[in-house]
Design a protein. Sequence first.
Length: 696
Amino acid sequence: MDTKRTDLQDNPLLKTSSLPPFDMIRPEHVEDAVRTLIEQTKNKIEHIESNLKPSWNGLLAPLEEIGLPFEYAWAPVVHLLGVRNCDELRKAHEKMLGEVVALDLRIRQSQPIYAGLKKIKESSEWNTLNAAQKRVVELKLRDAELAGVGLTGEARQRFNAIEQELSRLSTDFANHVLDATKAFELIITEKNETDGWPESLKNLAAQSYNQSKKDGNSQATPEHGPWRITLDYPSFMPFMQHSKNREQRKKLYVAFVTRASIGKLDNSKIIEQILKLRREQSLILGFETYAQLSLATKMAPDVPAVETMFRELSDAAKPYAANELEELKELAMKNGQKDALTQWDIAFWAERMREERFDYTDEQLRPYFTLERVLEGLFALSEKLFGITITKAHGEAPVWHPDVSYFKVSDTAGDQIASFYLDPYTRPHEKRGGAWMDNCLSRRKVSGELRLPVVHLCCNSTPPVGDKPSLMSFTEVRTLFHEFGHGLQAMLTTVAYTDVAGINGIEWDAVELASQFMENWCYHKPTIMSMARHFETGEALPEELFDKIRAARIYRAGSLMMRQLEFGMTDMYLHHEHDPVGNLSAFDVHRHIAKQTSILPPFKKDRFLCSFTHIFAGGYAAGYYGYKWSEVLSADAFSAFEEAGLDNARALAELGRKFRRTILACGGSRHPIEVFEEFRGRQPRTTALLRHSGLL
Ligand code: ZN
């Protein structure tokens, strides 16, 4: 008994103040801590439910408090899983995951709490609550309703059955795509076939060959092969761009767009079932279509608003896309291709044209972008725009890896307002790929005392090699700016109700505003020139290289835009107009839309929908448009700075402070359209995105 108590006292996951002790957390702490916490939380919830006090202090305040210990006990586990993955931790996480999810659902679907929230909205207290508090209540009500809390009897049963069925179908869908992707390989044995391949593709393909032969005796080399090409994007795309063998390109392309469309792994039926069940579910909740249900939690007000955006972007982009195709045709003809251009030629000739026009490589740029200078530039920019100071505080916070650094953010008066961890480098054996920003601790009040927000910025940049510092590719620089933008929104929030502080509670189609906004500065000459210095010679980035970077930004922008619109429009049509029990199939819908968006006639056997995991197994159903929606917002926000004058330091500072006061400070505490209008003084427009993409 006693030892157990001592154990718990020493358990680093049960701390609830200052920074999580990342250096002390071990997999064996997880179960004890989380179990204790779940038990305590269940008791608290039962207490809240049985002594229901429908007021802010009686209901919302205690609900808010429940989240705090989870930020210290569960969030660090999830975080470490992403940055220091190991079998023991994965097992510990897996063991507790089910119970944590169940508890979360239990709270969100609680009938007494739902009734209490409704009472608050009808009470006289409602008018005394501030906007952020009202939004907390409204978001909770909305989420509960969409989770079916208001349903009774048969409707409720059916709703839950559909939920389960949909979750199973999505999992099957995703697994089929994975299995179909894995099942395909193209083995190349002739050395002359690799003519023109970049080294990285040869390396990857030889490595893939060796890994696929489990005997361990395979000795494929990048130089002499054999080479194994797969449908994984890092293998598929470079092959399509560089293989001179048209027949093999065709073979690979067809395999790619028909993934999971035949035999045991066929997703066609699943697509129809998912669409049908989603329609039924939305009807039960009182919506006419699934798109309406999806938009209930988005910034976009309704389907017509999304369609207007589609139309504006597509009207502008289509002539450019047609022109871009003509250019490719000419280049192909000039270089001896006799047959008409097809889908499997596009990436190849587009890459040849890119080489011809912007003959620079990432390797050429890297020496100019050391992580240290990039950070200095980013921090200086943030100081100029938002009036914040960022200082290194290495050693002041426990970290999970020696490469991780810790920074403090202060306002002009010198008071600390937030802090963040930066885990910059790739560590493939234990850290997941990509880049992300995550809350470590939310801004909140605990017993009247303000707790400051802390965030994680995780990237997969190139680490230092030997005595060379970390030399970043331009994409890595851009990614860092992107994640830092998310971080700014989480750190500069002035809200202290966790549910709507920082990025919490922001509508999904608006959450990339701040991040993409920051990316724009990577094409701002003074910003880039101030940070780009050769790490050995100290010389500035040659102007012509910068010009090429800027020109490459809009390369084939028309075609890329039309491709994204094709996905977005198909997704929206399937979840809105399409009758899942009617005569037309989902493939008919896709073909119908592709005829409008694509300049080349659509490829007849295209079954891309069978691998469209974003909408059938991810969270993007009737939400794929959100990528463009966010881009419209971020470009439009940035255009305010262009109008103020990008060389006018005073104007930038003034507008930067306004951006901070509105977009960055309000976070999820108000509807994003309100916040946007306050910053921009008007509704968002598509013009800036089109102009930045060279499509005006
Ligand atoms: Zn993002």
